[in-house]
Design a protein around this ligand. Structure first.
Ligand SMILES: Cc1cc2nc3c(=O)[nH]c(=O)nc-3n(C[C@H](O)[C@H](O)[C@H](O)COP(=O)(O)OP(=O)(O)OC[C@H]3O[C@@H](n4cnc5c(N)ncnc54)[C@H](O)[C@@H]3O)c2cc1C
Ligand SMILES: *[C@@H]1O[C@H](CO)[C@@H](O)[C@H](O)[C@H]1NC(C)=O
Ligand SMILES: *[C@@H]1O[C@H](CO)[C@@H](O)[C@H](O)[C@H]1NC(C)=O
Length: 397
């Protein structure tokens, strides 16, 4: 089996908004996939022409609208993803807000005029009502409309219409690896690797999704491998002599669904075996790629779609929320699924109202805040960016 590899430098462009990948680049915007990739270690192949053909299938126009081919961001910020919460919470608190953890919302409160007026939150064994003039849900469109909205509002025609326009994204499978050795010792770099098992990606992907759960692990069509620690400028200070790798794949929720009601870590041997078969197959690919880590592995932890369901409340184990397919990105759907909901004072935010991934979620927040404040925050951002640039130029002078 030959593995094709696509490498994208992560340092210069953590956020790769890949506009018009296949030679359709507008106005000379840099196209990371157009760059020549460094040749990966044997036995992997990066044959330029083969790579071009594989990518053409991934970004074909029946999957992704022309002009927007993919939104990718590399895992790994200085200090890790927890930095996002760490830096956001003080801003919320300075504005008079409070952040509660381990406080699942059980339902959205709606007053007699049908307006959202707060949330009912679980606190230990109790339910506590928290009232608010505006309710913004980041729980995703499915959770918000199908679980949190009072039952009588779930059948509102506009709610039904929006739900009919979205599908669940495919489930995710993740492997997290802890290693002995620094990035220099292990030869890890701040890069994202996308590994294709077959040059006919479309066929491989369909055949994978169509397989039984027993044969699926041997047919994973695409792997993402990166070293979050190698991308983190603060890592060596905090964890000298250690490194991490992450490997992501897709996996169908249905393959794991029968254990959805079992408790984590108590799902039994059959579940563990199935999970392990995915881990083994992914580890095999990782070791082909990084043979030097073979004796340095200290820790391996994996997550199935049920893990995503449990820890991030992804209804069907999705990694990127609702599916952002060509149908989701049609003008009518984009105009219909917006932060405003049919329930006054209730808004949606996050990736489901924009695009999947961290940048998509950030933009979801911007369009949501714009809707709540009735003010185009993108205009504010442009002004802010001009101000910062002018200040920078002044300081240079
Ligand atoms: C393993 C993994 C790796 C990833 N790597 C990358 C990457 O490298 N780059 C990238 O761009 N994206 C990555 N993603 C995707 C990225 O995490 C998401 O796109 C992003 O977090 C979406 O942000 P969000 O705010 O819309 O939703 P989320 O970050 O999912 O936030 C929703 C929050 O709502 C909470 N919630 C749900 N229901 C309730 C309730 N009833 N009560 C209270 N809280 C509730 C959930 O617990 C969750 O914390 C990755 C995802 C996974 C799973
Ligand atoms: C991939 O396989 C499908 C189905 O077998 C076939 O129709 C298609 O032409 C193939 N694509 C490429 C690029 O080889
Ligand atoms: C899916 O599986 C069925 C039965 O196993 C098979 O007949 C069909 O050709 C498969 N389709 C694809 C796209 O692989």
């Amino acid at each position: 089996m030959e593995l094709s590899v696509l490498m994208v430098p992560a340092g210069a462009a953590v956020l790769l908004l890949l506009l018009a990948v296949l030679g359709k680049a507008r106005g000379g915007s840099p196209n990371p996939f157009g760059q020549d990739a460094r040749r990966p270690p044997a036995p992997l192949v990066t044959e330029k022409e083969a790579r071009r053909k594989v990518l053409k299938q991934v970004f074909s126009q029946d999957k992704v609208p022309s002009g927007l081919d993919a939104v990718v961001i590399g895992s790994g910020y200085g200090g890790g993803a927890s930095e996002i919460a760490f830096h956001s919470i003080p801003i919320i608190e300075r504005a008079g807000g409070a952040v509660l953890t381990k406080a699942p919302v059980r339902s959205i409160l709606v007053n007699s005029q049908g307006r959202a007026c707060g949330v009912r939150v679980q606190k230990g064994h109790e339910l506590v009502n928290i009232y608010a003039p505006v309710v913004i849900s980041d729980a995703g469109i499915f959770n918000t409309y199908e679980q949190l909205l009072p039952e009588e509002l779930r059948t509102l025609p506009e709610v039904r219409k929006q739900l009919s326009m979205v599908q669940h994204g495919v489930g995710g499978f993740s492997v997290f690896i802890g290693l002995r050795g620094s990035k220099a010792e292990l030869g890890l770099e701040a890069k994202n690797f996308y590994i294709y098992r077959d040059n006919n990606f479309s066929e491989a992907f369909l055949s994978f999704l169509n397989s039984s759960r027993e044969s699926a692990p041997q047919k994973i069509p695409l792997l993402y491998i990166a070293s979050p620690s190698a991308k983190d400028p603060l890592w060596e200070q905090r964890y000298p002599g250690k490194s991490t790798l992450i490997c992501l794949a897709v996996a169908k929720y249905e393959w794991f669904e029968e254990w959805k009601d079992e408790r984590t870590r108590k799902r039994g041997a059959e579940y563990e075996d199935l999970k392990q078969s995915f881990v083994d197959s992914m580890m095999e690919a990782i070791l082909k790629f990084y043979p030097q880590i073979k004796d340095k592995i200290e820790y391996v932890s994996a997550g199935t779609p049920l893990t995503n369901q449990h820890y991030i409340a992804a209804p069907r184990g999705e990694t990127y929320g609702a599916q952002h397919s060509i149908s989701r990105l049609q003008a009518e759907v984009t105009a219909t699924i917006r932060p405003q909901t049919p329930v006054p004072n209730l808004y949606l935010t996050g990736q489901d109202v924009f695009l999947g991934g961290f940048p998509g979620a950030l933009h979801g927040a911007l369009v949501c805040a714009s809707a709540v404040l009735q003010r185009n925050l993108y205009v504010d951002l442009v002004c802010l960016s001009r101000k910062i640039r002018a200040k920078g130029a002044k300081m240079k002078n």
